[in-house]
Design a protein around this ligand. Structure first.
Ligand code: HEC
Ligand code: HEC
Ligand code: HEC
Ligand code: HEC
Ligand code: HEC
Length: 374
C-alpha cells in the first residue's frame, strides 16, 4: 500500500518535471540506453544442431543437463520465489535480461521506454519468441554460445556434432559478469537486482592474492565423460550451489572470537566467500543472535537494505570481501544470554511475502554456528 503510494508520488513529481522540461520522449530514451544489461541480440542457430534448447544438449550431455535443471539458473524463470516477485512488479522487461537472456526468450523486442514508474518498455511483438525456451531461464547457450561455437575448457574436443572451441578465459568471472554485475540504472524504478558480485570478487582477489574464480567455489571438479560415449575428462558440476545450498552456506563464515562485556557480547566473524556476505540478493541476511534457553534475547542483522520502489541504499553492513569484523551485540539490562549463534536467513526481508507452502519454515534459515558464551 505504502509502496504504491510512494511510487505514485514519485511518478507524478517526475512526470511534472518532464512536462516542464518539455522533452519526455528524449528523457526516456536517454534513460533507456543506459539500462544495463542491454537488449539481447538474436543468436544465430548453431550449425549441426536442430535448435538451441537445453533439451537438445541433454541428448549428449545428460549429466550437465540434469544438474543444471536442478540449479537456480536452470529455474530462473520457473522458480516460484522469482515468479511471485516478477508478477507483483507487473512482469517488467528488465527482469528477463538476466533471468531469460536470449532474444528468442523475449515476448517483445523492447527498443525504448513507455513509462519510468512503473518501468514499462516500448516495443513490438517478437516474431521469434519461443515460450518453451523462455521457461529454460539461463539456458546452456546463454553461457556457452560465442560466435556460433560452443565454448568451454576442453582443449581438444572430440566428435562434437557442433562447432566446439577451447577458451582458457571461459572459466573466469567475465562469463558471469553480464548478470552478476549491474551498474545502478539512472532514475529507474528498477528496485531489485543490484548485483556487484564480480567487482567484489576482484577486490577479494586483490586483497588476498588468491586466484580462485567463481567456478572454483560454485562448480565442483569431477572426472567423467563430457559427452555420451566420450573419454573421461575433468568436468565441472552444473548445479551451481549458492544461497540455497546448506552445505555451501555453512562454509561462508566462521566465529573467530567471542568476548563478553557487561551489557553486550563482542563476536568476531571472518567472511570466507569470494565476495560480500550475504552476496547480492537483498532479501538475505546474516543474523547474530544471543539466546538463553533457546529464546532470542538480542540480535543484529548484517544485510543490504534497498527499500522499494526507490533505488536507494538505506545502509549496508554486510561483511566485505575477506573482512574479519568484531561486532557488538548489546543485550541491555534483561536476562544474561548463555549462547551466541550465527544464522543465514534466506528470506529475511523478501520483496513480496513468500508463503510457507512455497518455502517451508525449515528452508528459510541455516544455522551456521551455535556456541556457549565464555
Ligand atoms: C542484472 C541481472 C538481473 C536482473 C536484471 C534481474 N535479476 Fe533477479 N537475480 C539475478 C541474480 C544474479 C540473482 C541471484 C542472487 C544473487 O546474485 O544474490 C537473482 C535472484 C533473484 C531473486 C531471488 C531468488 C531466490 O533464490 O531467492 C528474485 C526474487 C529475483 N531475482 C527477482 C527479479 C526480478 C523481479 C527482476 C526484475 C525486476 C530481476 N530479478 C531482475 C540477476 C538479475
Ligand atoms: C549429438 C551430441 C551432442 C549434442 C546434441 C550437443 N553436444 Fe556438445 N559436445 C558433444 C561432444 C561429443 C563434445 C566433445 C566432448 C569431448 O571431447 O569430450 C561436445 C563438446 C561440447 C562443449 C565443450 C567445448 C570445449 O571445447 O570446451 C560444450 C561447451 C558443449 N558441447 C555444449 C553443448 C551445448 C550447449 C549443446 C546444446 C545447445 C550441445 N553441446 C549439444 C556432443 C553433443
Ligand atoms: C552459468 C553459465 C553456464 C550454464 C548455464 C551452463 N554452463 Fe556448461 N560450463 C560453464 C562453465 C563456466 C564451464 C567450464 C568450467 C571450466 O572450464 O573450468 C562449463 C563447462 C561445460 C562443459 C565442458 C565439460 C566440463 O564440465 O567442464 C560442457 C560439455 C557443458 N558445460 C555443457 C553445458 C550444458 C549442456 C548446459 C545446459 C544444460 C550448460 N553447460 C549450462 C558454464 C555454464
Ligand atoms: C545470463 C545471465 C547469467 C549468467 C551469464 C550467469 N548467471 Fe548465475 N544467475 C543468474 C540468475 C538470473 C540467477 C538467479 C536465478 C533465480 O534464483 O531465480 C543466478 C543464480 C546463480 C547462483 C545461485 C544463487 C543463489 O541464490 O543461490 C549461482 C551460484 C550463480 N548464479 C553462479 C554463476 C556463475 C559462477 C556464473 C558464471 C560462470 C553465472 N552464474 C553466470 C543469471 C546468470
Ligand atoms: C572462495 C569461494 C567463493 C568464490 C571465489 C565465489 N563465491 Fe559465490 N559464494 C560462496 C559461498 C560460500 C556462498 C554462500 C553464502 C551466500 O550465499 O552468501 C556464495 C554465494 C554466492 C551467491 C548466492 C548469493 C545469494 O544470496 O543469493 C552467488 C550469486 C554467488 N556466490 C556468485 C558468485 C560469483 C558470480 C562469483 C565470482 C565473481 C563468486 N560467487 C565467487 C563462495 C564463493
Amino acid at each position: 500500500m505504502q509502496r504504491s503510494r510512494l511510487a505514485q508520488i514519485s511518478a507524478s513529481l517526475f512526470a511534472i518535471g518532464l512536462l516542464f522540461w518539455g522533452a519526455h520522449g528524449a528523457a526516456l530514451s536517454w534513460i533507456y540506453v543506459r539500462i544495463e544489461p542491454p537488449a539481447p541480440t538474436p543468436l544465430p542457430p548453431i550449425t549441426g544442431l536442430p535448435n538451441s534448447s537445453a533439451s537438445t544438449c541433454a541428448g549428449c550431455h545428460p549429466d550437465h543437463y540434469e544438474e543444471w535443471q536442478g540449479s537456480k539458473m536452470g529455474q530462473a524463470m520457473t522458480d516460484p520465489i522469482f515468479l511471485l516477485d516478477f508478477n507483483a512488479q507487473g512482469r517488467p522487461f528488465v527482469c528477463l535480461r538476466c533471468h531469460a537472456p536470449l532474444d528468442a526468450q523475449q515476448p517483445e523486442r523492447i527498443t525504448g521506454l513507455k513509462s519510468l514508474i512503473p518501468l514499462e518498455g516500448a516495443g513490438l511483438p517478437n516474431p521469434d519468441h519461443n515460450a518453451d525456451l523462455q521457461r529454460e531461464g539461463v539456458t546452456c547457450v546463454a553461457c556457452h554460445q560465442v560466435e556460433g561455437k560452443l565454448v568451454a575448457g576442453i582443449e581438444h574436443p572430440k566428435g562434437a556434432p557442433h562447432p566446439a572451441k577451447y577458451d582458457a578465459e571461459f572459466r573466469k568471472s567475465g562469463t558471469c559478469a553480464r548478470c552478476h554485475q549491474l551498474a545502478p540504472p539512472p532514475l529507474s524504478g528498477l528496485d531489485r537486482p543490484l548485483p556487484d558480485t564480480v567487482a567484489e570478487h576482484r577486490r577479494w582477489q586483490a586483497k588476498t592474492g588468491r586466484a580462485e574464480e567463481c567456478v572454483d567455489c560454485h562448480m565442483t571438479p569431477v572426472q567423467r565423460p563430457a559427452a555420451l560415449g566420450g573419454p573421461i575428462r575433468a568436468n565441472h558440476t552444473h548445479d551451481f550451489p549458492g544461497a540455497w545450498s546448506d552445505d555451501l552456506v555453512r562454509t561462508s563464515v566462521t566465529i573467530e572470537d567471542i568476548r563478553t562485556a557487561p551489557n553486550g557480547v563482542h563476536v568476531t566473524l571472518q567472511n570466507h566467500t569470494g565476495h560480500a556476505l550475504p552476496a547480492a540478493e537483498p532479501s538475505r541476511a546474516l543474523v547474530i543472535r544471543l539466546s538463553r534457553d533457546n529464546q532470542t534475547i538480542a540480535e543484529t542483522a548484517l544485510r543490504r537494505s534497498i527499500p522499494i520502489p526507490r533505488l536507494r541504499d538505506e545502509g549496508d553492513n554486510r561483511l566485505r570481501p575477506n573482512e574479519r569484523r568484531t561486532i557488538l551485540i548489546p543485550f541491555g539490562d534483561g536476562p544474561t544470554p548463555t549462547h551466541v549463534s550465527v544464522d543465514f536467513e534466506r528470506l529475511y526481508s523478501p520483496a513480496v511475502p513468500i508463503p510457507n507452502s512455497v518455502v517451508p519454515a525449515d528452508r528459510r534459515t541455516v544455522r551456521i554456528a551455535h556456541r556457549p558464551l565464555p
